[in-house]
Write a protein that binds this ligand. Structure first.
Ligand code: AGP
Length: 614
């Protein structure tokens, strides 16, 4: 949530900051701002709304701003205070000499603000961040040392933060620090880049250092000093970033979401590569460090996740219970952390997260870790906070996902769960070898089937045009595709703002059926298998209440044409693997409806890709 960039070096900072913010727009886009130092004067430029507004503001004064070779920038997802220009970062103090950008939440900001106001600080915004600007300024007034001022301030701050600070009186220095919010320092030749996330800096450098909690980096164009909150000198751990700049291009697609949907066949191939080598060989999952005896003795698995990752976890529950015979509980991380949870060393706790930075999931896994559970993390970001907390880490290799609506990362998570289930089933001997071989064969064939869906999108486009003006949408399914219904509905809500809900088809008649009439589309996920006839009969019930029926199916059953107004077809697939195929047309349906309605597909209102606040 919120994106931070910083630059200090020998180049003009302006374009580096704006470019970095462009690549962090997925983290929030309520307002944006930068602070630079021109002619020994700290100057702030801010704008409400999308980043383009800030670009327009800075364009008016470009020749002047360009003179600065130091700067910090911020793109905001509002937590405290409305998304206005006044509340936009950077924030400053009374004298305007300090400028800070912040990601996170300062929990004791009210107390700090009251104290600072008594000392004469005048607050302009409603943000928690402004307290930190005043606090640092007041510490600097006494110490005349910016790193010391930041250090003293951070001892008084409670909550989560990633901070970048500049001061007019120390014009060749940026201070960067963090606690429970991500921040990294990119290293160039006579220059340093600071960012909340890799996309902001990957174009400039692949060498970087991730800050750990309570570390403070003191950066000048030619030096980097790393200290901890007690002033101990630390040795920076410099890493090679595992990303390529090309990941951030739309590659000719109109939106990142469409590009990412089309990347899914290769995402499946990547996830399987080296792990599923042959149908008659065991799955190799060296990433799981839990020894075989502990796997055999597991009495319970808990999976924590949010949003789309939660839906992937629900598919995971279904297949692990089916193949491994272990009880699996799936819970939204935000619920898990506020109740008494029962875990022990025979419980495996799995955290699933695209970003690896979702605050609720981080808290949940830390809570489980403190009770002795083995923590397995399934994430698209092996460089994330969650990955660093893991006992076992399965990186899902989907590549950077830019669109706020997750698509390819969901696919990668789901496929990782299949591999994990097969791996554990092979260790436990809990299912017949032929059943596992059938599933492995289907996994290998999956990329081609997804390609087939992607090359025959016409049914989906027709359906999208027909139903784009619906106010509500219902998705129904049973069994292993119930999470598919939830995920299809979530995709549609997120990017088209249509009120969409997923139900287990059998629950329809226990309440939701009351909502059905000729204006309500009901999309039935009708995959051939154990519950096909049941869903068909639930669809008949819905049709009898005049609902407008849509089928997503791999069945050629001729009676479907009478029952359904629109039929979206997918290739033959084993029911157990069908969630990985059935989700693709639903992602496309959401995409085309959103595009048809003229919505902002990649940056839907009110959302941010990475939810780093609880
Ligand atoms: C997905 O389309 C959403 N943007 C959102 O639900 C997301 O899945 C959720 O915030 C969890 O994020 P994570 O996977 O990075 O933890």
């Amino acid at each position: 949530m919120c994106g931070i960039v910083g630059y200090i070096g020998n180049k003009s900072a302006l374009d580096i900051l704006l470019d970095g913010l462009t690549n962090l727009e997925y983290r929030g886009y309520d307002s944006a701002g930068i602070a630079v130092n021109v002619d020994n004067q700290v100057e702030l430029y801010k704008a409400e709304g999308k980043l383009q507004n800030l670009k327009d503001v800075t364009a008016l004064n470009r020749a002047h701003i360009e003179k600065s070779t130091i700067g910090i920038g911020h793109i905001r997802w509002a937590t405290h205070g409305a998304p206005t220009k006044t509340n936009a970062h950077p924030h400053s103090c009374n004298c305007g000499r300090v400028a800070i950008v912040h990601n996170g939440i300062i929990e004791n900001y009210k107390e700090l603000r009251a104290k600072l106001e008594k000392q004469g600080c005048v607050f302009r915004s409603q943000t928690d961040t402004e307290t930190v600007a005043h606090l640092i300024a007041s510490k600097f007034a006494n110490t005349k040392d910016l790193a010391e001022a930041v250090k003293l301030a951070s001892k008084e701050i409670e909550g989560a933060y990633a901070l970048c600070v500049i001061h007019q009186d120390v014009k060749d220095t940026i201070i960067a620090t963090r606690r429970n919010a991500p921040l990294l320092v990119g290293i160039g030749e006579g220059e340093y880049y600071i960012a909340s996330d890799v996309p902001a800096i990957i174009k400039y450098t692949k060498k970087a250092m991730y800050l750990d909690d309570n570390q403070i980096a003191v950066l000048t164009p030619n030096s980097m000093k790393l200290i901890d909150i007690d002033n101990n000198a630390l040795t920076p751990k410099i890493e090679e970033l595992p990303w390529e700049p090309v990941a951030l291009s739309k590659m000719g697609y109109k939106h990142f979401m469409l590009k990412e949907i089309h990347e899914q066949p290769n995402v499946v191939r990547n996830v399987l590569a080296g792990k599923l080598r042959a149908i008659d060989e065991n799955v190799i999952l060296n990433e799981v460090t839990l020894d075989k005896d502990r796997i055999k003795n597991l009495n319970r698995i808990q999976i924590v996740a949010c949003g789309t990752s939660l839906h992937a976890a629900m598919v995971g529950k279904y297949i692990i219970e089916q193949y491994c015979g272990i009880v699996v509980d799936v819970e939204p991380s935000s619920e898990y952390i506020y109740r008494k949870t029962i875990t022990d060393k025979n419980t495996l706790v799995i955290g699933v997260s695209q970003s690896g930075e979702t605050a609720d999931t981080i808290t949940a896994i830390r809570q489980a870790k403190s009770k002795g559970s083995h923590i397995l993390i399934i994430t698209n970001r092996p460089d994330s906070t969650m990955a660093r907390e893991a006992d076992s880490l399965i990186p899902v290799s989907a590549g950077i996902e830019v669109s706020v609506a997750a698509t390819k990362s969901y696919m990668a998570q789901v496929i990782s769960f299949y591999l994990l289930a097969i791996y554990m089933a092979e260790i436990k001997g809990s299912v017949a070898v032929q059943d596992l071989e059938r599933l492995k064969k289907e996994l290998v064939l999956l990329p081609q089937k997804i390609e087939k869906v992607l090359s025959h999108k016409e049914d989906v486009q027709v359906c999208a045009r027909k139903f784009a003006n619906s106010k509500d949408f219902i998705f129904i399914a049973r069994g292993i595709n119930f999470p598919t219904a939830l995920e299809g509905a979530l995709k549609l809500k997120e990017i088209s703002y249509i009120n969409a809900t997923g139900y287990t088809a059998g629950e329809l008649k226990h309440g939701p059926i009351a909502m059905l009439d000729e204006s309500m589309p009901v999309l039935s996920i009708l995959v051939k298998g154990g519950v096909y006839e049941k869903i068909l009969s639930n669809s008949e019930e819905a049709k009898a209440r005049n609902a407008r029926m849509i089928a997503l199916t791999n069945s050629e059953d001729t009676k479907l044409t009478d029952l359904f107004e629109c039929i979206i077809r997918i290739p033959e697939i084993d029911e157990m693997l069908s969630p990985a195929l059935a989700i693709v047309p639903l992602q496309l349906l959401a995409y085309y409806i959103s595009e048809f309605l003229g919505k902002d597909v990649d940056q839907p209102r009110n959302l941010a890709k990475s939810v780093t606040v609880e």
